[in-house]
Design a protein around this ligand. Structure first.
Ligand SMILES: O=C(O)[C@H]1O[C@H](OP(=O)(O)OP(=O)(O)OC[C@H]2O[C@@H](n3ccc(=O)[nH]c3=O)[C@H](O)[C@@H]2O)[C@H](O)[C@@H](O)[C@@H]1O
Length: 491
């Protein structure tokens, strides 16, 4: 005991006075201790982890309003209240992640030391500099931006190994987000996303959206569905299931994790339109029992489900955030060589000097947009506040006959003859988007001309042909997309 302490509490002089002072002092110390501990436990601003964090998610698939959360130890817990996670727990989680990263780095350095025991850290035995993990990633993968934890999102792209999906994945990855691709590989191709495989921000899951899947994500771009007429008519029941059950499954997931969900709908919801160009307010003219109905009606009901979930899915600020893009004819590199749509067919035919096959008289019109423009539109729509359907297309309209002549001119192969085959049933006579809404609400409009886009697409197909030899374009009859000649040789 120190002298001063004894002076106040241990001396015998003035004992009664000292004991009163001691009692008062102890009371004050006790009260102070109580106030401090209460403040420590309750006084601090608690941290509420919401959907933007990958640790805690709200909502559920069945719609009972409960919450499913992933605990720190990885177990799922049920609660009806938001979880308050203390600063301490958050720090512990971060520390553990950091410790794991440091352990992995130490392990890597240990291996390097074993291989070159006298090397200085960051060098090889012969003095040559080793490359950091970041530099290695830069060499192995296309460049990606670095986002802060708060800015980086975990984004699911269904159909992400397909033509449009893979371009979207490239842009999201380049922006620095984490991307999960879910694809059943019916029309998707691994080679479309092969350049990301192994990247720490990228994951490919081979899965059919007709079956539910549980993931933790912040945004969902729901593209999964065969889009070319011969492909979606190949197995119409499966196309209907993909549009309906697939979309329901994704909506259930979006609701459970409170993710914003974007559906890629189609200009085919307008059917064979009686209004030209088509604004979003037009209700369409679809034959509900025709050969295109599996896709057209499938997408129409998918849109219906999006808005039913939005209005019924939650209450107050927990209502679902949905976005719907109505995509008009899109083309570009990575179209499947057996896609069967007009752009790929005409280019492949012209490149090989084969007949260019027009279905019907060729007076029907389409308006073509380059895939990069579409991807910009999709991302703008996802990140906008606009909730109603938006047309995304290039109003540059061509008759199919004029389009065939343009492709032949750009390919510069006059050996190709233009031939006419019977028209396909319910083929829309004209199609052109009214993009007033996209311009006004998203500040979006196409920037790539059809000619420039075609030049890039022709180069892509030229290379595909060099790699694979002959390609026989898919005809109007429904046919399963064939694997690449090269791919089938390899497997
Ligand atoms: O992009 C759209 O808005 C939608 O329309 C397309 O359907 P469609 O316009 O019929 O697409 P294509 O198969 O490329 O046909 C376009 C036109 O070219 C004709 N065509 C197609 C292929 C061919 O070899 N020859 C030919 O004349 C078709 O009969 C049709 O009139 C696709 O079904 C969808 O992917 C998409 O949602």
């Amino acid at each position: 005991m120190s002298h001063s302490f004894r002076h106040w509490f241990g001396s015998s002089t003035g004992h009664r006075l000292n004991s009163s002072i001691r009692a008062a002092f102890l009371f004050i110390v006790g009260a102070l201790a109580l106030i401090i501990s209460v403040n420590c436990v309750f006084g601090r601003e608690p941290l509420v982890l919401r959907a933007s964090s990958s640790h805690v998610r709200g909502g559920d698939e069945g719609g009972n309003g409960g919450m499913q959360m992933l605990q720190h130890d990885g177990r799922q817990v049920e609660s009806h209240e938001p979880v308050l996670v203390s600063e301490e727990l958050r720090r512990t989680i971060k520390e553990e992640v950091r410790a794991e990263i440091l352990a992995a780095m130490a392990e890597e350095e240990k291996k390097r030391r074993q291989e070159a025991p006298h090397a200085r850290p960051g060098t090889l035995g012969d003095g040559e500099r080793t490359v950091s993990r970041q530099e290695q990633l830069g060499q192995l993968y296309p460049p990606t931006a670095t986002l802060s934890e708060g800015q980086r999102r975990r984004i699911l792209v269904t159909g992400g190994a397909g033509f449009v999906g893979s371009h979207l994945v490239d842009r999201l990855m380049a922006e620095g987000h984490e991307v999960i691709v879910v694809d059943n590989m019916f029309t998707g191709r691994k080679k479309n996303v092969a350049h990301w495989i192994g990247h720490p921000h990228f994951m490919l899951i081979v899965h059919d959206v007709v079956e539910p899947i549980l993931l933790e994500v912040d945004q969902i771009y729901h593209l999964a569905c065969p889009a070319s007429p011969p492909h979606y008519q190949y197995n119409p029941i499966k196309t209907i299931k993909t549009s309906t059950m697939g979309t329901l499954n994704m909506l259930g997931l979006a609701k459970r994790v409170r993710a914003r969900m974007l559906l890629t709908s189609t200009s085919e919801v307008y059917g064979d339109p009686q209004i030209h160009p088509q604004p979003e307010s037009y209700w369409g003219n679809v034959n509900p029992i025709g050969p295109r109905a599996c896709y057209d009606e499938g997408k129409r009901v998918a849109e219906t489900m999006m808005y039913a979930y939005r209005s019924q899915g939650g209450e107050g600020d927990s209502s679902m955030e949905v976005r719907v893009a109505r995509i008009f004819n899109t083309f570009g590199p990575r179209m499947h060589p057996n896609d069967g749509r007009v752009v790929s067919n005409f280019i492949i035919q012209a490149l090989q000097g084969k007949n260019i096959t027009i279905y019907g008289k060729g007076r029907q019109t389409r308006s073509f947009q380059y895939v990069d423009d579409l991807v910009s539109g999709l991302m703008k729509l996802m990140n906008s506040d606009y909730e109603l359907p938006v047309n995304l297309g290039n109003p540059d309209e061509y008759s199919v006959k004029d389009f065939a002549l343009l492709v032949r001119e750009l390919v510069r192969n006059m050996d190709s003859q233009i031939v006419h085959l019977p028209a396909t049933k319910d083929d829309p006579a004209k199609r052109k988007p009214d993009i007033t809404t996209a311009k006004k609400e998203l500040g979006w409009e196409p920037t790539v001309s059809v000619r420039d886009g075609l030049a890039k697409t022709i180069e892509y197909f030229r290379k595909e042909l060099e790699e694979t030899g002959e390609i026989t374009p898919t005809g109007p009859e429904a046919a399963r997309p064939q694997p690449h000649v090269e791919e089938s040789k390899r497997s």
